[in-house]
Design a protein around this ligand. Structure first.
Ligand SMILES: [Zn+2]
Length: 57
């Protein structure tokens, strides 16, 4: 019942800490790379419309 929060080390079940671009086990140093989160496409504002008008699209 622990689907949220940091993962646990597969070797010793220690809760892993977050380091840049990865989870790291403070006990054995095992690392799991964190996949970059997809950037949300937010183009629902007036900016893109204004951009289109300026470009004549
Ligand atoms: Zn570990």
């Amino acid at each position: 019942m622990d689907e949220y929060g940091p993962p646990r080390c597969p070797h010793d079940q220690i809760v892993m800490r977050d380091v840049p671009d990865a989870w790291e086990c403070p006990h054995c140093g095992h690392q799991i790379e964190i996949e970059p989160a997809p950037m949300p496409a937010v183009f629902d504002g007036p900016d893109i419309e204004d951009y289109r008008r300026r470009r004549g699209v």
